[in-house]
Design a binder for this molecule. Structure first.
Ligand code: THU
Length: 132
């Protein structure tokens, strides 16, 4: 699977968003090294702070299926331009997918822009910092 195909899956996943409060739909498609794709979408709540982002639903789904090695995540949102992952999702992706994950952003015209996760979360906190 190439990153253009992964981007198409993120746009498809966006249709599954439960975003009745913000009306801002986000889809994610997380690609494992073995070639499997796990979709995610944002799921909101009337108690707003319980909302979870698309990137995290994708990552949690993959982890629950026993996945450990990840290649890339594509993210498509309702922004006029690219929708970058929020800070909380950067931290969670770092924990579960590693700093070498490719983050593929998709805009409404199907342009893509790719970053390494470590570029998006420099000087990060991780398990190494817990070794006092
Ligand atoms: N959202 C995501 O799903 N991913 C992000 O990285 C940014 C924000 C969702 C959360 C909320 O449901 C809506 O977008 C508006 O913030």
């Amino acid at each position: 699977m190439n990153y253009r195909e992964l981007a198409v899956q993120a746009v498809e996943a966006k249709k599954k968003a439960y975003a009745k409060y913000s009306n801002f739909h986000v889809g994610a498609a997380l690609l494992t090294k073995s070639g499997k794709v796990y979709e995610g979408a944002n799921i909101e709540n009337s108690s707003y702070s319980l909302t979870i982002c698309a990137e995290r639903t994708a990552a949690f789904s993959a982890i629950l299926h026993g996945e450990k090695d990840f290649e890339a995540i594509a993210i498509a949102g309702d922004s006029e331009s690219f929708t970058p992952p929020c800070g909380a999702c950067r931290q969670v992706l770092l924990e579960l997918c590693g700093e070498n994950l490719d983050v593929v952003l998709v805009d409404p015209n199907s342009n893509i822009k790719t970053f390494k996760l470590k570029e998006l979360i420099p000087f990060s906190f991780s398990e190494e910092n817990l070794n006092k």
